[in-house]
Design a protein around this ligand. Sequence first.
Ligand code: FES
Length: 110
Amino acid sequence: MERVLADPGFTDLAGIGELPEKGFVVRSVGETQVLLCRFKGEVYAVENLCSHAFARFDGGRLRGNRLMCPLHGACFDVRTGEPFGPPASRPIASYPVKVEDGRVLVAVSA
Ligand code: FES
């Protein structure tokens, strides 16, 4: 369940404790699915939609900062959304994140 904050640009999507040390969680903001994960103590948010053939990352793997698509194996950097190489050639959407009072806030653009 999402909670819209006083800062209209950010949406409260999870408690920091809900994010696993390895792996990710998926939350929704309207029609957009947002994948939340941690890497080296930072929290990152990217769209849960591969830029190659639009598969969801559910069932995929996260190793460090490398998010692998389960459909054809493209890998993306969760810090930037940029692909590491083929078959993907375009980045996935990456969103600004703030952590305040133990809550993960994400600015998901329309
Ligand atoms: S849909 Fe993700 S690599 Fe093809």
